[in-house]
Design a protein around this ligand. Sequence first.
Ligand SMILES: Nc1ncnc2c1ncn2[C@@H]1O[C@H](COP(=O)(O)OP(=O)(O)OP(=O)(O)O)[C@@H](O)[C@H]1O
Ligand SMILES: [Mg+2]
Length: 592
Amino acid sequence: MIKALSEDLRNKISAGEVVENPASVIKELVENSLDAGSNDINIIVEKGGHQTIQVRDNGIGISSEDLPASIMRFHTSKIASLTDLFSINTLGFRGEALASIASVSEMKIISSVGENEGASLLILDGKSGDVEPAPKINGTEITIRNLFYNTPVRKKFLKTPRTELRKIVDVVRRYGLSYPEVAFKLIADERQVFNLSGEKLEDRIDNLLDPTYSRNLLPLNITKGDYSFSGFIGNLNLIRSRPGEQYLLLNRRFIKDRLMNRAVYNAYESLLKRGEYPFFVINLVLPYDQADVNVHPMKLEVRFKDEWRVFNVLKNTVTEALGSILNTAPGFNISFESPSNSKEENFFNMSDNPSNENISLDLEKDTIQSKISDPGYISNSNLQRARQYASQLAESPLQNVDSISTENIWQVHKKYIISEINSGLVIIDQHVAHERVLYEEALEAFESTSMASQTLLFPEKIAFSPDDFDSLLDVLPYLEKIGFKIKKQDQTSIRIDAIPSEMAIGNERNVIREILDNFLKEQKKYSSFQEGLAAMFACKAAIKAGDILVKEEMQELVNRLFLTKHPYYCPHGRPIIVQMSLNELDGRFERH
Ligand SMILES: Nc1ncnc2c1ncn2[C@@H]1O[C@H](COP(=O)(O)OP(=O)(O)OP(=O)(O)O)[C@@H](O)[C@H]1O
Ligand SMILES: [Mg+2]
């Protein structure tokens, strides 16, 4: 027995695809407002949208005659024929969003067109009431209450208001970035999350993400045939270890497309490591018939008619925009290598030009000398601790390892420390060694007293997006244990008064951001919350390859390393020490 489904049941089935959560309701309502030509959109949510969602705009409005049709399935003002379907220039076109939302909630629409009186319509339990007169509001206001009240299974799957709000913020951010000239206001539980006037894209980026972003943007603008791409990509400061800040727009519609993301990543070449993601907001303007947006009811995925052409143009455009960075990066390598190259040259040309080598050596010495004479360079407390460690080391002979004779110790390529031991020599990776030391110290600090801090002369204020700020609050007590002194400033920002004494000043903003990013992404990989956090802190705060170390610092580091529980492997499992025995060396030189 095959029967037609009732209209209400059809709508509920559609709702399964279109209305996933409060954020998807907001997506549909905001798209409608934008399609109606609004330039001022106000969004109010209560309890993460569980209780109330309201979107009000100043668009063209819905006439009282059209109101009943607006909530009927497959009723739309946006397309009329099959040819329209292949050339869509509005965000909506399926004529099902309002019908779907109304079938799983209580909805009220108030709207007015031009100078006319307004009209309102109430829809309860999928059934609409009568159109009633209402005041003129110069646009449309749609209010949704009790989402999923009549679909209990769906309701059960709603996350906490906090999580739902996070998704709502994401949606508003996406549309805020695609339509920077439109004013957006988002109020959640009477708290103002965004209040944005129409502005330039770079200002919008600052307001929606982080006020430092605009300083780190590279513009992108190109027209190739019938394609025209524009927007911004982030420089290396905006590389994050968690995806989420990749905004790809097709004719101003936010879309997800792995291939096009790949085009952008590929352009960054070696500037990106695996697991790193650059920031971008790129709008691909293509003729409307060059992409099919009717792939999925939510319209997040699209199909390009000629995806490889889009891929190539996009990749080249990003490469061009990155130009200055890509050109300086290899330059940095060359200058890094040059001391050894010039020495080789000197070796062969010694008699011709004896002064050459001296010049380069003196230069090196000068920089080291100036660093040593800078009193802030090696902090006294570090040295103190180094001495303490060294003496402890002498008293308690370590099994497994020869004692480190740290008198003979050198740094090579600003990366490795080489030292003599009784049975041969050890090579230590300075970054992972410091990482291991900080990791164990941080773990210890969580259990007992906090790590040492250094007070900042100029406290630093950092603003976060509301959702990141929520996560930050979870991490805050631990940041304090490892030596940060942080005060909550207002709803979304903090003031840093002090940082861990081991950390380089000026790095705090990045370290906190990275801890947060990694924390959200990798939480599951570590056996405990604390270990994960300690590992992230250690990785971000440790000295890096490229940092010059003086003898005392190397001695301190090596001695502290051998006091850790696991001096041989870093928290991520990479080796820290490579040993080479005298036997092995003798063998290689055929000294038998
Ligand atoms: N904020 C608004 N301002 C003016 N008209 C609106 C607004 N919201 C909805 N409408 C009208 O109601 C109709 C139905 O909206 P609905 O979102 O259900 O469908 P759609 O936008 O046409 O297609 P889709 O289902 O793809 O979103 C729209 O075609 C539009 O004419
Ligand atoms: Mg719509």
